[in-house]
Ligand binder design. Structure first.
Ligand SMILES: [Zn+2]
Length: 317
């Protein structure tokens, strides 16, 4: 009996000891149970991820609401948060400066442009600039605003959904169902573009910089960019270039990313160029969401073209 007590006591001690190492990994386990964090670089990607997942994932768009997601750079604390995220969904085509500047764990980065390789558009004169005192010149660059073609946004959503399922396999069913819902919600945008293409084929447009190429291709339109820097006043040589282009091509419209100054609109009108805004929604709109806001803008664009029927007729080849 005594012996038994001794052994059982020994056994208890042994099991206690055996338990000891178990107490160590507990904090790790707590970390594993933490809500996974998915970082995105712009609002369209935020919209996609939020459409696909629920509260089981924390979606983090680190860009402050009033900052430009293309040029914003994170401070130290945010850099750490981003580096520790479970997944970083980037746009590709150099959309966000911080993606290049930060050292990000490669295995956690999903660059959505990689799934669109066959559909990417590059322009030969992407951005005019000069190095030091060298002459102004340009290099070819890939246009980053893929989502403006809903078919490409759908492909971005598909590749993101796949990756999210790897991250939270237990949510596979709901993510798959949400992906279908998201695709359905993009259909009205596609229909709106079909209508624009049918009613106004072959239009030529100006833009300040390469932004609308995917939308233009979708509608059978051609974009010409002016190389105007955002937020700067065009100088005399900018206007001369515009006049030259106008003499050759007679391009009736300019698509603006944001509401331009009234003065600029008037100056352009004097050169036969009518202004209309189509915000690519890289930042979250004040009202509605990506789909409702893009839909509203496309309807507005069609109304604008209807009001300028005579110019659209001239623009067609
Ligand atoms: Zn250069």
């Amino acid at each position: 009996m005594r012996r038994f007590i001794f052994f059982s006591a020994l056994f208890s001690v042994m099991t206690l000891c055996a338990c000891q190492p178990d107490t160590q990994p507990k904090p790790k386990q707590a970390a594993e149970n933490k809500t996974p964090v998915v970082v995105v670089v712009n609002y369209p990607l935020q919209f996609i991820v939020e459409s696909l997942v629920g509260p089981e994932i924390q979606v983090l768009n680190p860009v402050p609401p009033d900052a430009n997601p293309e040029t914003w750079l994170p401070a130290d604390a945010m850099i750490q948060t981003i580096q520790q995220a479970d997944l970083i969904v980037t746009n590709g085509a150099n959309f966000a400066d911080w993606v290049k500047k930060l050292s990000l764990p490669r295995s956690k980065v999903l660059r959505t442009s990689l799934s669109l390789k066959d559909a990417l558009i590059s322009v030969p004169d992407f951005e005019v600039h000069s190095h030091g005192t060298g002459a102004a010149h340009s290099h070819a660059g890939t246009v980053a605003f893929f989502w403006l073609d809903p078919a490409l946004m759908e492909r971005q959503a598909e590749v993101i959904a796949q990756r999210l399922i790897q991250l939270v396999p237990q949510e596979k069913e709901s993510i798959t169902a949400n992906l279908e819902k998201l695709k359905d919600s993009l259909k009205p945008l596609s229909q709106e573009l079909d209508q624009l293409q049918a009613e106004y084929p072959g239009l030529h447009w100006f833009s300040e910089r390469p932004v609308y190429q995917y939308l233009a291709r979708r509608c059978g339109w051609t974009m010409h960019h002016l190389h105007w820097k955002q937020g700067t006043v065009p100088n005399e040589s900018d206007w001369d270039k515009l006049k030259t282009m106008q003499r050759e091509q007679k391009i009736p419209f300019l698509l603006w990313e944001h509401q331009p100054e009234e003065k600029r609109v008037e100056e352009l009108a004097q050169h036969g160029v009518n202004s209309v805004v189509l915000d690519p929604l890289t930042m979250k709109p004040a009202q509605g969401d990506y789909v409702t806001e893009m839909q509203r803008q496309l309807v507005q664009l069609r109304q604008f073209l209807k009001q300028h029927q005579s110019e659209t007729a001239e623009s067609k080849e």
